[in-house]
Design a protein around this ligand. Structure first.
Ligand code: PBG
Length: 330
């Protein structure tokens, strides 16, 4: 109903008014910073397609973790790049594997910083796929879902043993959340939550990450196990399956092209929802800013705030440090 004499006041006239009626907040406490860990010492190798990001050896990752924590960012997510890859990805669950070493070193140096580990095989397999292959090149190759989830469960357990606070399966095999939950519970890690990449699209926005984590598939693509960007009801089914298997946090990936999915998950589920602003989203902004075509700080803030407005509780982003530094100045 419209009252003719009612004239809405503009609550946007001063910064204090704007602040008072602002619906969404974004603070460093909402962010998770990804780290890529490689073997060696004193290594800090820039990732060309992701300006401001590096592959780091464990000692450097520890220094980085201290800085991240000092900036008020509560968590990092670790990706490991092993020296040797094989067809089964056996370095993924090696007791002294690269991620396992990084987890214990970071937890020792910065105990309050939450360490999340990415659980997947693609950085560890010589073929670059997220699971074990079956069949032959002549007859056609497929991913063997069920034997893969056993290895993922082993991997997650090895991360928990090394001290991981949260494990984050990103492979998209069916049944992996249940398998991981069971193996963690059986070994006394029933308090380690699972953040699943529940809704992960087969996206071209992962391009730069595949350089960062050296995990581009050597043949084929990931469309048999990642989701079709055309689908949104399927996202609810994927999330529901993970819920039934005992997931603790649901993640949507990529983020900005899938704001509708974040909102739907937020509405349909009461679990915390995470969004992953992926490498391509980051690189796009960086590249346009380098050219002087976009204002990097403004676009960074707007993109992260929009993810929060869409319904994300937490955001994995390569901008975490940049945002936190900016936040500290204001
Ligand atoms: C591994 C994994 C990928 C990303 C996170 N974990 C790559 C992929 O699925 O191809 C992408 C992250 C990014 O692009 O920033 N499965």
């Amino acid at each position: 109903m419209i009252f003719p004499e009612y004239r809405p006041r503009r609550l946007r006239r001063t910064e204090n008014m704007r602040a008072m009626v602002r619906e969404t907040a974004l603070v460093p406490g909402h962010l998770i910073y990804p780290l890529f860990v490689v073997t060696g010492r004193n290594v800090r190798q820039p990732i060309e397609a992701m300006p401001g990001c590096w592959q780091m050896s464990v000692d450097m990752a520890v220094e980085e973790a201290k800085e991240v924590s000092d900036l008020g960012i509560p968590a990092v997510i670790l990706f490991g790049i092993p020296e040797k890859k094989d067809s089964r990805g056996s370095q993924a669950w090696a007791r002294k594997g690269i991620v396992q070493k990084a987890v214990s070193a970071v937890k020792k140096a910065v105990p309050e910083l939450l360490v999340i580990t990415d659980v997947c095989l693609c950085e560890y397999t010589s073929h670059g796929h997220c699971g074990l292959l079956s069949g032959s090149r002549e007859k056609g190759v497929s991913i063997d879902n069920d034997s893969t989830i056993e290895l993922l469960a082993k991997t997650a357990l090895s991360h928990a043993r090394a001290g991981a606070d949260i494990v984050a399966p990103s492979d998209m095999m069916d049944g992996r959340v249940g398998a991981i939950r069971e193996s963690l519970d059986n070994e006394g890690f029933d308090q380690v939550p699972i953040l699943s990449y529940a809704v992960k699209y087969a996206s071209a926005f992962y391009g730069p990450f595949r350089e960062a984590a050296e995990c581009a598939p050597q043949f084929g693509d990931r469309r048999s196990y990642q989701m079709d960007p055309a689908n949104s009801r399927e996202a609810l089914r994927e999330a529901m399956l993970d819920l039934q298997e005992g997931v603790d946090i649901l993640m949507v990936k990529p983020a900005m092209p899938y704001l509708d999915i974040i909102t739907r998950l937020r509405q349909e589920f009461s679990l915390p929802v995470a969004a992953y602003q992926v490498s391509g989203e980051y690189s796009m902004i960086k590249a346009a800013a380098e050219k002087g075509w976009l204002d990097e700080e403004a676009v960074m803030k707007e993109s992260l705030l929009s993810l929060r407005r869409a319904g994300a509780d937490m955001i994995v982003t390569y901008f975490a440090k940049d945002f936190a530094k900016l936040y500290a100045q204001t």
